[in-house]
Design a binder for this molecule. Structure first.
Ligand code: F0G
Length: 384
């Protein structure tokens, strides 16, 4: 365990390298940063033994030193269930709603808030479509920090707002959408100077989220062939791919899975452009009932593009009606309740079913109880 957590930060655009620091962008060119950890040898998994499932099982690949006070609520270790679907391969769903606040954000927040404490911050902030704010609020409470969450006014699901309130976050409602809330929080942290931003361009947070790949690898006894991920700000798909790339670099798998990013058709800047990067342009007024992924300017779009392209994958989009039908099908056929954004990965799978084989993993990013009001849209669309 000697020396675990050693890492540097590297700009994905200009390649500048930084020593560990609470940076959210490259000081040279403003590009996104990646964390480069010193990877362990192939014997990693044989040494994990009976260590509990969860994010911190993979400490050796996280940018957190031995001495750090870890802020944890027992995140990760989520179920991977098999779905009996008629196609030539095998289908699995990773239920990230099992996490402490009901979404995959907890994987990232445990590392993000641990680093905030280590770097000496007393305050953390984010903009959010709901889940990040719920997660940040809970981990800030756990770590004894103050949380400031910027949310689009009237634009987040009721369960998520309740969570942020209940965990005691300071809530700032912003007129407009998520992209406006993000602009506001960026200004806020710049002016204040003593607040750590924990949106997904904070590369430490993405390190926590990459552990999904390690977990799926252990649960399947190898890498899947495809991974379907709902895409909003495009951090999670980048993080998951990074996890698989590390497994490849460690020598445990031959290649990373094909990554498929699924967007809602009214908020699909990546899917609209793919495969022509020069055609990428933000969507000014993103629209979808899947409020978690109602994002027109994904900050991590370059990382996500690189991940999808180098995996041989693609971005696709699905209509709201397809999302809600997929959500209902998961509930009624399999007894699995996920929120609308999470059903996007299943809707994407159903759309491309004929092109797939091998082992396919759908990432179901958040719990269905987060957004009970969506049932009204089921009836409006004539689904029930
Ligand atoms: N699914 C759910 C349930 C989400 O909450 C999000 C993002 C995504 C998918 C997309 O992940 O942004 O990494 O591409 N929610 C953020 C939030 C934006 O503020 O809670 P992404």
């Amino acid at each position: 365990m000697e020396g675990i957590g050693r890492h540097t930060l590297k700009c994905i655009e200009c390649g500048s390298v930084y020593e560990p620091a609470p940076l959210i962008k490259c000081s040279e060119c403003g590009g996104l940063l990646d964390i480069i950890v010193e990877l362990p040898d192939r014997g990693l998994f044989s040494r994990l033994g009976l260590r509990e499932m969860g994010v911190w099982r993979y400490r050796e690949v996280l940018p957190v030193g031995d001495g750090a006070k870890v802020v944890s609520l027992g995140e990760g270790g989520t179920r991977l269930l098999k779905l009996e679907e008629e196609f030539t391969g095998e289908l699995f769903i990773k239920l990230e709603g099992d996490n402490p606040t009901g979404s995959f954000k907890d994987r990232g927040m445990t590392v993000g808030v641990t680093k905030a404490v280590e770097f000496g911050y007393r305050k953390v902030a984010c903009a959010s479509t709901g889940n990040t704010s719920a997660s940040l609020a809970a981990y800030a409470a756990r770590g004894g920090l103050e949380a400031y969450v910027f949310i689009p006014k009237g634009g987040i699901a009721r369960g998520k707002l309740f969570q942020a309130l209940a965990y005691g976050a300071n809530i700032v409602e912003v007129e407009g959408g998520f992209d406006d809330a993000l602009e506001r929080v960026l200004k806020y942290v710049e002016v204040e100077g003593d607040v750590l931003l924990l949106n997904s361009f904070n590369p430490y947070r993405l390190e926590g989220q990459k552990t999904l790949a390690y977990e799926v690898y252990e649960q399947l006894g190898g890498a899947p062939d495809y991974v379907f991920v709902p895409v909003g700000n495009a951090g999670n798909i980048s993080a998951i791919y990074k996890g698989f790339r590390e497994l490849r670099d460690i020598g445990l798998i031959d290649s990373a899975p094909i990554m498929v990013g699924v967007q809602a058709s009214g908020a699909a800047p990546l899917a609209n452009a793919f495969p022509h990067i020069e055609r990428f342009s933000p969507v000014d007024e993103p629209r979808t009932l899947a409020s978690a992924i109602r994002i027109g300017k994904p900050v991590n779009w370059r990382k996500a593009w690189r991940a999808v392209e180098s995996s041989g994958g693609f971005f696709t989009s699905v209509e709201d009606a397809e999302i809600l039908r997929a959500q209902m099908r998961l509930a009624r056929k399999y007894g699995i309740l996920v929120e609308p954004a999470s059903a996007a990965s299943y809707a994407g799978f159903l759309k491309h079913l004929d092109e797939l084989d091998g082992r396919v993993v759908l990432v179901a990013t958040g719990h269905g109880l987060k957004d009970p009001d969506v049932i009204n849209h089921w009836s409006n669309l004539g689904i029930i």
